[in-house]
Design a protein around this ligand. Sequence first.
Ligand SMILES: Cc1ncc(COP(=O)(O)O)c(C=O)c1O
Length: 396
Amino acid sequence: MKYDFDRIVDRKSTYDMKWHSAAVESYLHCRIPENMIPMWLADTDFACAPVIVEAVKRRAEKEIYGYCAPMADFYKSVCYWQKLQFDWTVEPEWISYTPTVVASINIAIRAFTEEGDGVIIQQPVYDPFATIVKNTGRTVVNNGLVVKDGAFRMNLEELETLAAKPDNRLMVLCSPHNPVGRVWTKEELRAVAEICLKHEVMLVTDEIHSDIVYEGHTHYPLLTLDERYAQHFIHLTAPGKTFNVAGLKVSAAIIPNEEIRTRFAKMQIAMSLDVRNTFGIECITAAYSPEGAEWARQEVQYLQENVDFLENYLREQMPEVTMIRPEGTFLCWLNFSKLGLGDAELFRRFLYDAGVVCVQGPWFGPGGENHMRLNIGCPRSMLKEALDRIRRAVYA
Ligand SMILES: Cc1ncc(COP(=O)(O)O)c(C=O)c1O
């Protein structure tokens, strides 16, 4: 069966955060124009895989939506998916149901650090990392990414220095990386893990984007690279990005070490985050299946063609706007420095001249200046319309 990713699905008649002006306004704190094309929030505009839709419908017909618990099928499906995608044999008892990956990061930071401790992140990076660190009274310690030989890279020398400081007790790694789209190599992952092991820094790897990886690149779950990593670190994942089910609140923390798992679980309960979603459980068991895998394979193919489309469009029609081609994720990191507009004017032109909502680079921290993050997880016709509008606005 060939799935149709060109189809436009009406998201205005739902409570979708990405498409409702009022929701966008309260989140971005600015007035949103009526005819906006939202390319900001990191969900896609693709209809869910039919296997998920059918499972949710079947469950809805049962007429009761009380408290639920993850049973054997939930754990089995997470194990199945990790084996299928990454050849990782995960034991069911390593898995904890968590409502979201962001909640899991919050749990891990509170469980494994104290107020005032430093938490290492690699900016520009998904902005809730820094927000959680600040909200929990910890300190953001930035091991900023660098561009070298045409690619974003980690500054491993600086990381070693930062990890050696006793106050810096935890690191959150974004793998693959939002917003720069890097799919870290085995060597890069091993280098980070060795530094964290050596200096007893707890490493939490957010691998929510791990299924969306383009030709020529391979994602490696960090915990698979060495048994010592599995025994010391925490892996976080979810079907939210791949299957566009972020509203169903289902994710998984995979923690092979029993002591670490117990400490994580205690904090999860202390924070009242041991909550589940009836449809989330149905969704994950449906998604992490052979049918789900085929749907995801076709989606990645479509997204890769969107990246090609964007790359060609920039080359031919907006040559001053540059992009280091993403190796994974449906997020593209566009560099507008050559146009010299500055961040405020760039955002104004996007929003009010183009009517296209993107996330401003500075949201992702230092290194985000003069950038915009464009979500290309949408039908190609929508991507083209957005690019035409952006071109007219930034070249006006
Ligand atoms: C790296 C990363 N982690 C986590 C999330 C959010 O996931 P969740 O909704 O499960 O918290 C996102 C969403 O954009 C993300 O890009």
